[in-house]
Write a protein that binds this ligand. Sequence first.
Ligand SMILES: O=P(O)(O)OC[C@H]1O[C@H](OP(=O)(O)OP(=O)(O)O)[C@H](O)[C@@H]1O
Ligand SMILES: Nc1ncnc2[nH]cnc12
Length: 204
Amino acid sequence: MAQLVPAANFEPSSSPAEATAAKADVLYLRSLLGEHADFPKPGIVFLDIFPIFRSPFALETLFTHLMHHITTVTLPANKINKIDVVVGLDARGFLLGPPLALRLHAAFVPVRKQGKLPGEVVKASYEKEYGTDIFEMQSHSIAPGQSVIVIDDLIATGGSAKAAGELVALQGSSVLEYLFIVGLPFLKGADKLDAPAYWMVEGD
Ligand SMILES: O=P(O)(O)OC[C@H]1O[C@H](OP(=O)(O)OP(=O)(O)O)[C@H](O)[C@@H]1O
Ligand SMILES: Nc1ncnc2[nH]cnc12
C-alpha cells in the first residue's frame, strides 16, 4: 500500500467549515492507522484500526464523524429520520456497531462467523481478501422493513459485507448503506454491494 488518503467518496457536509472539520477528522484518523506488510499472509498489507481505539479523543472523533455522515447524508438520502438496526460484522465490526447503535438509539445485531450463535440462524458463505468463511445471523433479529445499516472496520473485496447484506435480505429487509473506516477501492468491493458504501480513508 503506497498511500493512505481521504476517501474519494468522502461526503463533506452542509457548510464549508463543517467540510473542513470533517476532512481534518479523516486526516487525523488516517495518521493513526497501522500498516503491517505480509499479515496475515504474504502479499497482504494489513491496516490496523486498533491505534484509534487507544485514544479516547480519536474514538470520539471517529463516532462523531460517522454520526455526522449518517444524519446529514444517510437519513436524508433515504427520506427517513431514524436508523432502526446497526449490523456489525465479526469481529472488528463488533467494536464499532454497539457504540454507534447507542448514539442512534438503534438496535445492534451481530453477524458472527459460523457456529457461535445459539438458536435458529440464517447463513451466507463468502470469500474475502485472505480466505473464505461462513457468516450467520440469528433468525428474526431484524423485522421486515426496518431501516438497516452495516458497519465494519474495512472493505477489501467486499465479500464479507455482501454476505452480511444477504443475511439482512433473508430477514425480509435490506441494507440502506454500508459504512467502513477504511476502503480499498482497487479491489472494487463496493461494486458487489446492493447499497451505497461509505468509507473515510482509502488505501491504494
Ligand atoms: O472485504 P473483504 O475482502 O471481505 O474483507 C474485509 C473483512 O476482513 C476483515 O475481517 P476478518 O474476517 O479478517 O475478521 P476479524 O475482524 O475477525 O479479524 C475485516 O474486518 C472485514 O470484515
Ligand atoms: N488489508 C486488510 N487490512 C485489514 N483487514 C483486512 N481485511 C481484509 N483485508 C484487510
